[in-house]
Design a binder for this molecule. Sequence first.
Ligand SMILES: Nc1nc2c(ncn2[C@@H]2O[C@H](COP(=O)(O)OP(=O)(O)OP(=O)(O)O)[C@@H](O)[C@H]2O)c(=O)[nH]1
Ligand SMILES: [Mg+2]
Length: 1099
Amino acid sequence: MGRIHGGGRIQGWVIGVAQSADLVLAASGDAYLRAWSKKDGALVLEMKTPNNKVPRTVAVQGNLAAVGTQQGGLFLIDLATASVLRLQGHTNTVCSVIFDGNEIISGSFDRTLRVWDKISGRETLSIDRENWIFGVAAHENLLVAGLGHAVCVFDRASGHGPRHVLTETGTVWAVAIDAQHMVSGSNDNKVRVYAVPSFELVHVLEGHTNLVRSVALEGDRIVSGSDDKTVRLWDARSGDALHVLQGHSYSVSLLGSEIVSGSDDKTVRLWDAETGASTRKLKGTEVVRSIEKVLGAAAKEALKTALANGDAAELGRCKLMLIGQGAAGKTSTVRSLLGMEPEPAHISTVGVKLTRTDAESWEEIKDADSGFERQAYRVAALRMAVEGPVRGRGMANKVGTLTRFTRALASTIGRTRKSGTASSTTEERVELVPEAEVAQRFDVAEVENMAGKTRLGQKIYFTIWDYAGQEVFYALHHIFLTSEGGVYMLVFDMQELLGEREKALKNLTFWLNSVKLHAPEAPVLLVGTHFDQAGDKLEAVENILLEDLTALHNVKLVKNHSSKLSFFPVDNMSTAEDRAADLRQAVEETASELESVSQKISLRWLKVIEDLMLLDCDYVSFATVQELATQYHAGDQTDELLKFFHDLGMVVHLRATAILHEKVVMKPQWLLDKLARVIADDMHVQDIYYDKELSKLELVDDFNVLRNKSIGTRILLKYLWANEEVEYLRAFMDETMLLSNWAFPEKALARAHQNEPLFLVSSLLKNSTNDSLSAEIAGMDAGLTCVLDFSEFFLPDGFFARLLSLCAKHSGDTVSRKYPPRLAGNKAILRFGLSVFALEQIGDEIWIRVKRDSDKPASTLKMLLSMFQGAREALYPNLPWELLLQSPTDASVLVAHDDLEVARASEVKSFESMDATRVKVADFAQFFEDGSLLEDIHGTTGIDEFADMPLDSRLQYHVFLSHKQYEAGDACDLMAEKLKSRGLEVWVDQRTEGNLSTTEMKDAILASKCYLLFLTKTVFSSKAVCMELATALEAEKPILLVHESDPNRVGFANFSTYIDTVPKAAKHIFDARESMPFQRRLYLAEAFYDELIRRIDSS
Ligand SMILES: Nc1nc2c(ncn2[C@@H]2O[C@H](COP(=O)(O)OP(=O)(O)OP(=O)(O)O)[C@@H](O)[C@H]2O)c(=O)[nH]1
Ligand SMILES: [Mg+2]
């Protein structure tokens, strides 16, 4: 099991420690600063040193920490906000830093001791000496520094001196001072005690057997840390040794009765100074808590400000998707990545298992923390240097200092904000640091290894998606295999590839194609498991992959550079915690390069998603999200933020209908579980079939009908879904074309269930056959035949079933409930109106045959192509196909539709087809009887059905189209064209908003039979539209409503948006008749215009 924590383990020597009443701090060789709550040992802060250099020393005072690093780095850090101010001056490693009152004192290898003003960050004194300065200390007017073989005491106010030079026999590494004593530690292994203020040597404390690196002093107690791996506690008065604390060394700190020490064992230890007992050991892997809880209000305030400012933060999150055949070793690879013990048994994953981790620790994060709060504070801090209330004129100077100081860090854009309740003399200065400066401030360019970090150097959090190989899941690939924000790991068993090459290659091809189809831009790592068994055959594996896995073409493959392989071998049975180290490294590097990981999004959005995740629900309502978003000033962006997180695969939010829009799925597993009950595999079927409840509810027949005929009753769905969110799930399956309404009687059902609403679940047909259907199709006298050829890429599993589902919705006579579609796994005969056609999947081709005696076969074909195109766009936007037409005069001739179009356009009589036969253009005339076959959205249907709609002689137009140009301009143009082609007079404003004179507009409305308002997201923000609407209402024109129905268009909005934003005086327009969803797709458009014209006519 993974340890419960959220931070990364300390990975270097603990070089500096410090403590306050609440906190323990450690600066370590992995270039990190960490802080823990003293009370319970929870990790409350973990940050890289701002310049990413190894720190040498740390000090703390209240909420402030000071850290000195290599290369002259000296930083003041507000722990509550992690905000960083750089104290600029030192040019070499800062070895020692302390707080003393309102000053900070530092000593460095650059041979200077410097004093800084804590508030302004200004350097107030610099003492330049000949020697490296290892240790500094201060008391009242005295400054003490270890300079080579001497301790020197200076006058604090002037820097003059040294007043005292106390020569010792070794290099002085550490000094400490208070009112009574001055203590030094040096590399002659001795601790010396001097009296203050005489500076007479009173004790030489002997016992350490190696150099003394640090000393601390409080009252009568002295504590010293040494390279001999002991910490010693002494009595300052008597010089007696009190305790020897074994096993730790280097840095020490003493406060009250608590000793904190840091050592090269990468831990921090707490000791009781009275007893010498070790009380706690800190490693960086402790439970994470927000520092806010330890430090209180300051952090909260910073977060609030950042949210109110609308600051942006890096997303910093990445999906790691493990895909591949069942038993390939996906779950085992996850265990390897997380350094967990191997699991020899195959415990097949069900659905998908999500695990969270981060780039540094690679250990499972079990609590809710995902670094958001720290990230948020940091964002706040990065952009702000806030000085608290500044009162009166006398402080003007100070404000000036602040500004100058901040500018010294980075040029700033100043902004003065009056705080709400404050009097006129109290104001809060907020200095915003421009984004570009943030990187500079943090010296990101100096960071050498950016693997696992965002562009600004934040660690990346991963959600690992361990998929099951289950087929149910394939149907939802288009939702979960998202193109953005993910790294894919395609796992295969090397032994299998070597032993059963063809089968293994087929599987790899399937998965590679799925990734190419859904996430063509995503990086893919190939992971070969069973290294323990196939370790000596890596070359053979490599050769197979390179030579036989042609699907690798066009994949963004992440190569294994260090091993010079195209894949990453892994031995999941090894017990070594770092058995997947190469893999982790590669994932980190790949993730760091992903655009989406470093993309900046509003902190508000991050906060919303964070809070949603904390709710730990399978799903939440849209209203819940909106409420949260409103709380963080982003209520009006709810739709956008959900779309964003949906596209990243972090939530599922479909928007096509109100029922879908209303729900946000937080856990994909919930959806999968529910769907798996309907599109069940054999294992699930058994469970359901033998469930007592099924018999008790008398649903056995229903279940059999579902399994045998793919037709389900509503009551069965209710049972399968435990009555939970049935409407939503039904709508979800409908939208994803996994289910469609079935309007025909089903005799096999019990009489009591005959009147239940029925559904077709076409994917269950997959392996079903029907001989008579096959015979009928084979013997069908086809008038027009065409082929959708997918062989350029492939025909994805489940697409044909989806098309059947779609066709079934529109087929047969749903009123008389006659002519049900006849369906089998790969073929079907269906009927639209009077047209009968057959569909058949043969390999990577779909054959469409329209029966010869069909009514308007070309129109039927055109409609089918329009439907199929729509399905393809919704599910597989990158899937290429080619339309081939069979010659009506010679069944052996297939012509590419595009070639034919070219020939028709250039008006030649014949041309050479793909297989070099001469083809007469005229032979194909029947295909074009209804115009171009592929025209859809932009085309017009034949002008054969003039609606003979009389118009009052006082009127000029049948309809006035009112819309917001940017959101519905194209839709209204199209609508106008379609209506005109049917003989209606239409007034549509072609000009951009604001150009139209008011009188012209009014006249047009008055001259129209009715007024049509096209509803889009911000339609009511258009003054012109509101004026037109007011005019129409005043003139008492009938009002028709049409709304954008395509969730992917800019104008799309939840219907409640219209109701919320409509001008008060026009609220009642929604009461009269429901709005019509606008339809672009040909097969839906026809019905739309019929209805629209009917409404115009009857208005
Ligand atoms: N010897 C050896 N066995 C392995 C290795 N990786 C996985 N296995 C074993 O292979 C079996 C399947 O591994 P899993 O990790 O459960 O496979 P999976 O891909 O998650 O399978 P599903 O969840 O069913 O899709 C288990 O018994 C593992 O112990 C490996 O590197 N070496
Ligand atoms: Mg598994």
